[in-house]
Design a protein around this ligand. Structure first.
Ligand code: ADP
Ligand code: MG
Length: 228
């Protein structure tokens, strides 16, 4: 489902090149749940942004579902993303002037997909336990509730792949566990390939496989951590 070949990312900082990812190679099987761990600054967010096609690499290729995403034009990549990829951010990234249900509808509107959109958005918000919060604005929701809205929004396009960058980083432990349980359920029930970046080793160990990044390289890649 995901194939990464010779992926490199260099930033320029103060006129000097700053290598952040150094030739990353791996594959992720369809319907699997993979965690990415590593110290702060090791390149986790950079890697996830590249895998999702949100940013462009210095070198290397990423294939999602067989498509060379950096072989597409920027518009083509945006279109591909809107049909195949969901992304959950640590800081939720909800639009403050839109209600919960309106936030969930945004990806469908960008796609021009209105048929049954409202019902679909409502169904998802019910599934994440927010049936009573459809018309709440982000400022009227707790952190955990905002992240559940963000999860519903990431999932409304029924993406084949869901990327989550420290989605529990701003939540207390119990709330964070609830978010990861929902991600796991989406992976298990809908077969969505899930790539989760987390600092929390206990959460990371729930994945089928844990990839550790260290200074822009894969330091370890362990499979079969859990039976599931
Ligand atoms: P992590 O998510 O593992 O904490 P990041 O991928 O955010 O790490 O960052 C990896 C390194 O890349 C850091 O040293 C960071 O300072 C640097 N970096 C990230 N984004 C940029 C950018 N836009 N410009 C320059 N340097 C960046
Ligand atoms: Mg990060």
């Amino acid at each position: 489902m995901i194939v990464v070949e010779g992926l490199q990312k260099r930033y320029t900082s103060g006129g000097r090149p700053l290598p952040v990812l150094r030739s990353i190679n791996f594959e992720v099987a369809q319907e699997s749940f993979v965690s990415v761990v590593g110290p702060s600054g090791s390149g986790k967010t950079t890697l996830l942004g590249l895998l999702a096609g949100l940013d462009e690499p210095t070198a290397g290729r990423v294939y999602l579902d067989g498509v060379d995403i950096f072989g597409l034009t920027e518009d083509g990549r945006a279109e591909f993303r809107s049909r195949n990829v969901g992304f959950v951010f640590q800081t939720f990234h909800l639009l403050p002037t839109l209600t919960a249900i309106e936030n969930v509808l945004v990806p469908l509107e960008l796609r021009g997909d209105y048929d049954g959109a409202r019902d679909q958005a409502e169904d998802l918000l019910v599934r994440v336990g927010l049936a009573e919060r459809l018309a709440h604005y982000p400022a009227q929701l707790s952190g955990g509730e905002q992240q559940r809205v963000a999860l519903a929004r990431a999932f409304v396009n029924r993406p084949k792949i869901l990327f989550a960058d420290e989605p529990t980083g701003n939540l207390d432990q119990g709330t964070g566990e609830g978010i990861v349980e929902m991600l796991e359920e989406l992976n298990r029930v809908s077969g969505t390939t899930l790539v989760l970046v987390t600092h929390d080793m206990a959460l990371a160990e729930r994945a089928h496989r844990v990839i550790s990044l260290s200074r822009g390289q894969i330091a370890s890649d362990r499979r079969g951590v859990t039976a599931g």
